[in-house]
Write a new protein. Structure first.
Length: 125
């Protein structure tokens, strides 16, 4: 039987956070004692946030390939430059879609980069 337990006690993940410690604390908060055969699923977003992987697009200068792909995909050339930097290959580029093979080997949209504006850079109260 499969059971799914959301770990809502993690809270906002910030750059420099010890993700393993946050996950352990979240399992303790909901009184779960993980077993050796259990699977813990974590989103790439919280990993990136803990690693402090943020960049100001104003600091990015797109190259020729990024400019060409940006026209095809109708995306910001600076974003496309970042996607290319994280990718091994472009799998598909059509209007509003840019699918790449990430340098880790996974195939995903925009090399897993999102453009959400986060509060993570602000110090904790």
């Amino acid at each position: 039987m499969i059971e799914i337990h959301p770990l809502s006690a993690i809270g906002e993940v910030r750059p420099g956070d010890d993700l393993a410690q946050l996950l352990v604390g979240a399992t303790v908060a909901i009184d779960i004692d993980p077993r050796e055969t259990d699977i813990l699923v974590v989103t790439q977003k919280i990993v990136s946030k803990a690693e402090g992987r943020f960049i100001d697009l104003a600091m990015v200068t797109p190259g020729t390939e990024a400019m060409k792909l940006a026209q095809i995909a109708r995306k910001d050339p600076r974003l496309v430059e970042l996607v290319l930097a994280e990718s091994q290959a472009v799998v598909r580029a059509v209007p509003h879609v840019l699918i790449t093979r990430h340098r880790s080997g996974h195939v995903m949209a925009n090399a897993g980069i999102d453009r959400s504006i986060e509060q993570a850079a602000r110090p904790r109260a």
